[in-house]
Design a protein around this ligand. Structure first.
Ligand SMILES: *Cc1c(COP(=O)(O)O)cnc(C)c1O
Length: 390
């Protein structure tokens, strides 16, 4: 391994202030989280509705597991596809008003699957520059040519669409994971129709939270299956579970099942996990006020930040980034927040572009107003403190 210079690469990363650390969580995923032996209020989770530790999901998981066991034993095509998977797919498709859905082990694999299997050698894939890593990797796996356009820049997108005479795909996040902004999907749909491109949308941060009933970007913008023919949603974020699904026409789902390598050549998710996802979907359907509560929390946070002169990247979603820029300063503010019992995400390059390190605050319906007041007070203190120190 010596020729790989692993140690040197690690040291370079440390020197750039980009070294990451795992922290051990000693409690369930909830707003009051045990980090080692310290209790912190967690503002870094994607558990937007507080469903990761829901009673219904836990009960469904354990009772299903008792009867059907833990492992699924094989891939879906061999003998790993159980009734719970089937029921989950039917329920998900119905919920987001699509003809059919196919579940995947996770969103990363689902994105690899759709891009790789739908595109071919003579096609071109046109992708937003700030797309999630899994979409970028999907493009790399594909045989197609690829181009990127500046973030949400419709003029640049149109220029690329106009120039190309090949079969075209446009690939975008609905909600951008590190900025929290929402892609102008109706305009993108319009361009795709005009230039006959197929639109692929990653709704990882939209499913469960966008739209009044949480169907995601389709509901938020009222776009039908013809307009958004390929939508990927994860079950690991707002739904508080694990796994992902792609939805669309039945022929799309049949095709993915036959041709998507990251669907075919991997073990099916445990069926108890499918059953627990189903339980959380039922909760989401019966408790739409969770989404309202989340939106109230987002509004409260934004208002308090404005009152306290804390500048946020413009976002109306649960992802609320505080742009800092410098890696070391970002870590200093992060550390200071930790000392005050607040956990946020500290996001540095290469996850985000150079000099755009940020604190990524994520809000949940489970946060209390008092917790959000404390967060903003602590943020203000920490930002002031590090200003003085630097
Ligand atoms: C989290 C995320 C994924 C990956 O989903 P997993 O189910 O966690 O693998 C894909 N796309 C985006 C935009 C994400 O934020």
């Amino acid at each position: 391994m010596k020729f790989l210079n692993l140690q040197q690469q690690l040291e370079l990363r440390k020197a750039a202030g980009e070294n990451r650390q795992r922290r051990i969580i000693n409690s369930a995923q909830q707003t009051q989280t045990m980090l080692g032996t310290q209790v912190v209020v967690n503002f870094s989770s994607n558990d937007y509705l507080g469903l990761a530790n829901s009673h219904n999901a836990k009960r469904a998981l354990s009772s299903h597991c008792e009867r059907y066991g833990f492992g699924s034993g094989a891939s879906h095509m061999i003998c790993g596809h159980q009734q719970a998977h089937e029921n989950l797919e039917i329920a998900l498709a119905e919920f987001i008003q699509r003809d059919a859905a196919l579940t995947f082990t996770c969103g990363y694999m689902a994105n690899l699957a759709i891009i790789q299997s739908l595109s071919s050698k003579n096609d071109v894939i046109i992708a937003d520059k700030l797309n999630h890593a899994s979409l970028i990797d999907g493009v790399q796996l594909s045989q197609a040519a690829s181009q990127r356009y500046p973030h949400c820049d419709l003029t640049a997108l149109e220029t690329r669409l106009k120039k190309s005479s090949q079969n075209k795909f446009v690939v975008t996040d609905s909600v951008f994971s590190m900025d929290g902004d929402i892609a102008p999907l109706p305009d993108i749909v319009g361009l795709c129709e005009k230039y006959q491109a197929i639109l692929i949308v990653d709704d990882a941060h939209g499913f469960g939270v966008l739209g009044t009933s949480g169907q995601g970007c389709c509901e938020y913008y009222n776009l039908n299956q013809k307009q958004l023919p390929v939508v990927m949603s994860t079950l690991g974020k707002a739904l508080g579970g694990f796994g992902a699904f792609v939805s669309g026409e039945k022929v799309l789902i049949d095709y993915l099942m036959q041709f998507a390598r990251s669907y075919i050549y991997t073990t099916a998710m445990p069926s108890a996990v499918a059953q627990a996802n189903l339980a959380n979907l039922e909760t989401l359907k019966s408790q739409p006020f969770l989404i309202e509560k989340l939106n109230n929390n987002i509004q409260l946070f934004k208002r308090l930040c404005a009152d306290n002169d804390i500048t946020l990247i413009d976002s109306s979603t649960a992802i609320q980034p505080v742009l800092i820029g410098h890696n070391e300063k970002t870590m200093a503010v992060f550390q200071s927040l930790m000392e005050q019992g607040i956990l946020v995400g500290a996001i540095r390059p290469p996850t985000v572009p150079p000099n755009s390190a940020r604190l990524r605050v994520t809000l949940s319906a489970a946060h209390t107003e008092a917790e959000i007041f404390t967060l903003v007070q602590s943020l203000k203190n920490s930002l002031n403190l590090t200003e003085v120190n630097s």
